[in-house]
Design a protein around this ligand. Structure first.
Ligand code: SAH
Length: 234
């Protein structure tokens, strides 16, 4: 069973969206498991203080290292990877999500306020993950992003395993456009080729659409794709 352990100041918002639909069913079927740890339970004073002002001045508050450290130490098992959701981290992407499916248990720390005391990162061997170049108010929504993208890759979670292979990013390209019934809607018909029943032709059309869309919408991905293709030849 694949397991996520989430350290948060807002345990009540989990599993939230992950309790619905296929993920909820997979949770019941024990394909994956979620352990939610309330960081505040490790506060050491009677006011349950978890944060304090930064040394050197500056705005905002930081999560205290002794509180977070105690919380981590109460749950972490040997050799588990620990991630802090952070705008300074390695950029999360599909490949990263796939890598995480190979772990038995991952730990996700959701920060708040201005972030966390930096000493905790090295003392607990924590890796930082960013979900993008913008600032959120807390790591919870980022942890939902990470978990959502990993869970759908676990065997047995999605009904149709094959649908994952055609997805955007799988072959370095974005997905081709898709259409469903009605065939004519607001005077627009779906592309003729999709009605042809000619599977080779449909495959070609989809690949050329994927290339077109990637070139137009994501020049950065397109360049990477071309470079990979070039290298494949040698
Ligand atoms: N002062 C920090 C930002 C703190 S934002 C800085 O400038 O680097 C508050 C919390 O939200 C962080 O502790 C982190 O857990 C979460 N967070 C914010 N942006 C994020 C992002 N892009 N990816 C992942 N987590 C993020």
């Amino acid at each position: 069973m694949w397991k996520a352990r989430v350290f948060t100041l807002y345990p009540e918002i989990f599993p939230g969206p992950l309790s619905k639909g296929l993920y909820g069913k997979a949770l019941q079927k024990k394909i994956w498991d979620l352990e939610v740890v309330d960081i505040r339970d490790s506060a050491e004073d009677k006011h349950k203080t978890v944060d304090d002002t930064p040394f050197g001045g500056g705005s905002g508050m930081l999560l205290k290292p002794n509180v977070l450290g105690k919380s981590l130490d109460s749950r972490l098992k040997k050799d588990e990877r620990v991630f802090y959701l952070s705008p300074k981290g390695k950029k999360f992407d599909q490949k990263f999500a796939k890598d995480l499916t190979k772990e038995k248990t991952i730990n996700l720390i959701c920060g708040h306020f201005e972030g966390i005391d930096a000493r905790i990162l090295s003392t607990r061997n924590i890796e930082e993950i960013s979900i993008g170049d913008y600032i959120l108010s807390g790591g919870e929504s980022a942890s939902f992003v990470v978990l959502d993208s990993v869970l759908r890759l676990l065997p047995g979670v999605l009904g149709n395993e094959k649908s994952k292979d055609d997805e955007s990013f799988e072959n370095g390209l974005l997905e081709y456009p898709q259409y469903t019934k009605p065939q004519i809607w607001e005077k627009k018909s779906v592309p003729e080729v999709l009605l042809s029943g000619d599977h080779a032709k449909i495959k070609d059309w989809r690949l050329s659409q994927s290339k077109d869309i990637t070139r137009r919408q994501r020049p950065d991905l397109w360049e990477k794709y071309l470079n990979n293709k070039k290298n494949e030849k040698y």
